[in-house]
Design a protein around this ligand. Structure first.
Ligand code: SAH
Length: 303
């Protein structure tokens, strides 16, 4: 999974209609703007530390960062922009929108300052391991191609995700700050095979054409939270994306955009529906923050 995704992301821009999948920031500017508003609110309540930096993990085309930074800049934030991105292809895309950004290979390389961090659909792309009982489920070369070596009740673990959550946690504990994690997944650890492959906006068999399709799994937010809490950070409750965006005022933002751009009403209504409706992204996608014990609980994530 690690090798496949490293190859996959470094050889293409997978996003958008002509690609393999579409993410929330690519659906509407409102998503990134509300991420920016939540981060700006936390930054203001933390006393507007001037050394704070915006950080993003796996920024794709840089759309979320551009939309979030518009709101952060309007709130008076003038800090640097730091991006953790493995793909040279996507780094080039991000540079078109964020010419002053500074790129890093890993979370541990981020500056030792309070981070206003976001990660949308980053954790799902980090590799998992699957277990059947005490045995790890492996992939073997069989007559017809690749195959799993055993079936049964599957439990998924992701040391890579745990380490990424712990690295964010160490940063906010040492330097202050907050990280918003948005992804599809579940609030509580549960058995089940959630490995999936997507190509051309359709689910496809996971073991076909390794490296040519997006390989992800559902994020176990309980495991992420445990890893972050063990590193000393505070974690918030897990809120569905639909509830979170509604709490942050996506309705008011859509109404303001509609008033200024009457011709965009159908597009805005569809975007709100796609992002928030429980049958679309609203329920499956979850939001959780990892934050410094000295920083407030970010807006929309308090109980
Ligand atoms: N956040 C963007 C893109 C999501 S796709 C959006 O919402 O549109 C996943 C992103 O994570 C891509 O930018 C991909 O290149 C990056 N990525 C995947 N694995 C990574 C890793 N191990 N290290 C750094 N970036 C990674």
């Amino acid at each position: 999974m690690e090798a496949c995704n490293a190859y996959y992301y470094s050889t293409r821009d997978p996003l958008g209609r002509d690609g393999d999948f579409t993410t929330a920031p690519e659906i509407s500017q409102m998503f990134g703007e509300l991420v920016g508003a939540a981060l700006a609110d936390a930054w203001v309540k933390a006393g507007r530390p001037s050394e704070a930096a915006y950080a993003e993990l796996g920024p794709g085309r840089g759309t979320l960062a551009a939309d979030a930074l518009r709101v952060l800049r309007a709130a008076g934030f003038s800090g640097e922009v730091h991006l953790v991105e493995a793909s040279p292809t996507l780094r080039a895309k991000q540079a078109e929108r964020l010419p002053d950004a500074i790129w890093h290979d890993s979370i541990d390389e981020l500056p030792k300052v309070p981070l206003l961090a976001a990660a949308n659909e980053f954790f799902d792309a980090l590799p998992i391991r699957q277990f059947v009982g005490a045995m790890e489920r492996k992939i073997v070369i069989a007559a017809g191609g690749l195959a799993f070596d055993r079936d049964g009740e599957i439990v998924e673990k992701s040391p890579a995700r745990d380490e990424a959550a712990a690295a964010l946690a160490r940063s906010v504990v040492e330097n202050g700050g907050v990280a918003l994690v948005v992804d599809y997944g579940h609030e509580r650890t549960a058995p089940g095979d959630t490995l999936q492959a997507v190509r051309g906006h359709r689910y496809v068999p996971t073991l076909v054409d390794p490296g040519e399709q997006d390989l992800t799994s559902h994020v176990d937010f309980e495991a992420l939270g445990r890893a972050a809490a063990e590193a000393g950070a505070k974690i918030t409750t897990v809120v569905t994306q639909g509830d979170w965006l509604n709490r942050l005022g996506i309705g008011a933002r859509a109404a303001a955009l509609a008033t200024a751009n009457p011709d965009r009403v159908p597009e805005l209504e569809d975007a709100v529906d796609r992002l928030c409706h429980e049958d679309r992204m609203g329920q499956l996608f979850k939001v959780m923050a990892i934050h410094s014990p000295d920083w407030p609980i970010p807006a929309g994530l308090d109980r």
